[in-house]
Design a protein around this ligand. Structure first.
Ligand code: NAD
Ligand code: MG
Length: 396
């Protein structure tokens, strides 16, 4: 058998990072950890290094790097500690690396993920914000380097599995009519509208079906997550926003569907456990055990569907508008959302204000073309400043 594939896990201490390491550990003959990164919870990063013995670990700053390097040496490990974005880009693009799990949350993941793309790595893309921000440039870089881009987001992984292999020829060329993007509806699907102003961060993070990081949990509650996923699907599958329909499916058993012109609708089903899409992307086009229990359809018993209510979920409307406007609009939407969600998690704003902040930011700033990465970061920075100004204007 050939040598094990060398894997870099960016965002190893997070929910996706840990699930990835769980799958990798089940297949030591296939995969070896090349590098791990963490931003906070560095004692957990140390424990992960002891378990997986990577060649490199990456932390945000020098003092933390010194501490971790001392601990690693004391544990007798050869792991070398690198620092910051430069370190992340280095382990994402190192010649020894076969695949990179992009599982940093938010815009912070963009440069390291692009570094992996430009180096032609196999990209396991969880960090949807990176693609949302820089869609056209990101996809150009993928095509230029010949990098294989595999979606980890459960919906996009499901769509990928339901698409014919040659879907890159274009959706109409392969007979696809629509993509049906499923959404659980999150914890507030049925909460009386009058209570939404007062819901807490912990309530927003209590997702009915999935256990995830706090930022994406709030995005799921507001359905901004589905909005970001709509934009993500347009780039991954070269679809127009109008070809992507959002369907609320509270059981989260069908992870998305593809509707063909002959009337066939293909779906991918499974227990809501991210190890399935992670294992699918890691081993693609082969299949490996993920540790996920077989789906018990009798226990599921029924599958429900409903249309999303854009009055309840204004973030979904804002994201669809940004998808249609294209250019800088998705980057601005994403950046304003990151600031608004962080403020909500810090109890500086109420849940309903998340959408108000984003809408005001998008209304204030004209949409411009994004010719290069600098333009992406300029749009991102402008939206962050406008969102911060909103917060100070409202005394937060
Ligand atoms: P998380 O908060 O659990 O983990 C985030 C990881 O990123 C951590 O390792 C953290 O240390 C690191 N990180 C945070 N800020 C950073 C920064 N500024 N610089 C460098 N590293 C930083 O998040 P998660 O739930 O694992 O989600 C990760 C990504 O995967 C997100 O983009 C999310 O949208 C996507 N995703 C997650 C799930 C899920 O089930 N958790 C599903 C689909 C997609
Ligand atoms: Mg998803």
């Amino acid at each position: 058998m050939s040598r094990p594939q060398q894997i870099t896990v960016l965002g190893a201490t997070g929910s996706i990072g840990l699930s990835t390491l769980d799958v990798i550990a089940r297949h030591p003959e296939r995969y070896q950890v090349f590098a791990l990164s963490g931003f906070t919870r560095l004692s957990e990063l140390l424990a992960l290094c002891i378990r997986h013995v990577p060649q490199f670990a990456v932390v945000p700053e020098v003092a933390a790097a010194r501490g971790l390097q001392d601990d690693l040496r004391a544990a007798g490990l050869p792991t070398r500690v690198l620092v910051g974005e430069e370190g992340l880009c280095q382990v994402a693009s190192a010649p020894e690396v076969d695949a990179v799990m992009a599982a940093i949350v938010g815009a912070a993941g963009l440069r390291p993920t692009l570094a992996a793309v430009e180096a032609g790595k196999k990209i396991l893309l969880a960090n949807k914000e990176a693609l949302v921000m820089s869609g056209a440039l990101f996809m150009q870089a993928v095509h230029k380097s010949g990098s294989v881009l595999l979606p980890i987001d459960s919906e996009h992984n499901a769509i990928f599995q339901c698409m014919p292999q040659d879907f890159a020829r274009g959706l109409s060329a392969v007979g696809v009519r629509r993509i049906l993007l499923t959404a659980s509806g999150g914890p507030f699907r049925q909460t009386p509208m009058s209570e939404l102003a007062h819901v807490s961060p912990d309530q927003a993070c209590a997702h009915p079906n999935w256990s995830m990081g706090r930022k994406i949990s709030v995005d799921s509650a507001s359905m901004m997550n589905k909005g970001l996923e709509l934009i993500e699907a347009c780039w991954l599958f070269d679809a127009k926003p109008a070809q992507v329909e959002v369907v609320i499916h509270p059981q989260s058993v069908i992870h998305s569907l593809v509707d063909y012109v002959d009337g066939s609708v293909l779906a991918q089903l499974g227990n809501p456990d991210m190890r399935t899409p992670i294992a699918n992307a890691l081993a693609w086009p082969e299949r490996i055990d993920s540790g996920v229990a077989p789906l018990d359809l009798f226990a599921v018993a029924r599958l429900d569907f409903e249309a999303p209510d854009e009055e309840r979920f204004p973030c979904l409307r804002l994201a669809r508008q940004a998808a249609e406007a294209g250019n800088s609009a998705p980057a601005m939407l994403n950046a304003a959302n990151e600031v608004a969600v962080a403020a909500f998690l810090d109890a500086r704003v109420g849940y309903l204000e998340i959408a108000s902040i984003i809408e005001d930011v998008l209304n204030l700033e004209p949409v411009v073309a994004l010719e290069d990465l600098d333009a992406v970061f300029t749009a991102d920075a402008k939206a962050r400043i406008l969102a911060e100004q909103w917060l100070s204007r409202h005394g937060r």
